[in-house]
Ligand binder design. Sequence first.
Ligand code: FPP
Ligand code: FPP
Ligand code: MG
Ligand code: MG
Length: 408
Amino acid sequence: SSVVEDQLDPFLLVEHELSILTNRLRSMVVAEVPKLASAAEYFFKLGVEGKRFRPMVLLLMATALNVHIPGPPSDAVVDALSEELRKRQQRVAEITEMIHVASLLHDDVLDDADTRRGIGSLNFVMGNKLAVLAGDFLLSRACVALASLKNTEVVSLIATAVEHLVTGETMQMTSTSEQRCRYTAILGSFRVSCFMHCDYFCCSMEYYLQKTYYKTASLISNSCKAIALLAGQTTEVSMLAYEYGKNLGLAFQLIDDILDFTGTSTSLGKGSLSDIRHKEGGDRGCRKGGGGRMAATRHGSGGDDGGQWCSRGGEEGIITAPILYAMEEFPQLRAVVDRGFHNPTDVDLALDYLGKSRGIQRARELAAKHATLASAAIDSLPESDDEDVRISRRALVDLTHRVITRTK
Ligand code: FPP
Ligand code: FPP
Ligand code: MG
Ligand code: MG
């Protein structure tokens, strides 16, 4: 690749700092009980650390918002202060990643997944109970690290993001269109009028976008804001950092949802809709692996909990933007969606409609709109002539393009 491209490669720009952060994460998740220790460190081991997308964004944001602390050039006090600030911002990146991994551990239990990051998921390898405990453990370690920052506003932002993860995950389990519409109706006056006058498509889309914000965008957006607050930025700048994270996260999830229909399981490293259809009727008579946005409900017991856990009705409502747009074009699809995809032929039927519709294209356009909003937030930051600041901002803008053009 060209030199220019490499200069903007977001991961290369923070490569060194990311590896330090990865090591710190490893030391932060050490537990005193051996069983818990091996569960907690599972996804922090070499080769399965994941993309570390969130820390990468947050470190770039930290540089992008760099303010020059006034003082004489090369003043030792000034240097010490900016070094201290950077450390605190790195803490936020570590906390964010730890919360993310905790949510993945719990998610894999809820989804009864068997793989994650190309290896066995923790619930699959050590059972549901330990996977839940390991997630709780990571969350509590993240809380301790958060407290050590001694900034109540930052604590509040991150705690809200955790609440949003839980809310978004629960919203995803709400399967009936009636329940979804009732939710959108209580959101606010605009949505009340939407509920009363506009159609099914409108409230389904509202619900989907709200759920997506909670599940995917809230953590990164609130963390971006925390980075800005730690830097002592104004409310305006903090909001721009928040807007960047929010719109980047939304664009990312929209593309993720598109790839669930168009991607293959080898390129994604996780299940996609196409192989879920082949997995039907697996060992426990349930569909496993997660990822399928239209996967029929999983009736199986998860892991070692003796079969008390049954997610009947859990997954049937996961219809995403492409299908929602297809439904707007082909109202007949609504009846199919409302049946909840218990029947594999309904999955095929929905895919046929999707193929005939502009659903994928319109979802891409929506992703592009959010990518544009994200890059506009960066462009609205107060000007800076610092070279590092400019490079980081360009990389953040460039990232919005990478997100919408990615194929895996
Ligand atoms: C992945 O979704 C999961 C999430 C983005 C969040 C899950 C959140 C919880 C389970 C709530 C608990 C939160 C904490 C902090 C303990 P996915 O199943 O669509 O994606 P996948 O294909 O990667 O599994
Ligand atoms: C797993 O996260 C998947 C999800 C939480 C749902 C979709 C989200 C993304 C694809 C990335 C989120 C984007 C932003 C801007 C925060 P992951 O793909 O990050 O998992 P990893 O940690 O294993 O790489
Ligand atoms: Mg899930
Ligand atoms: Mg999952």
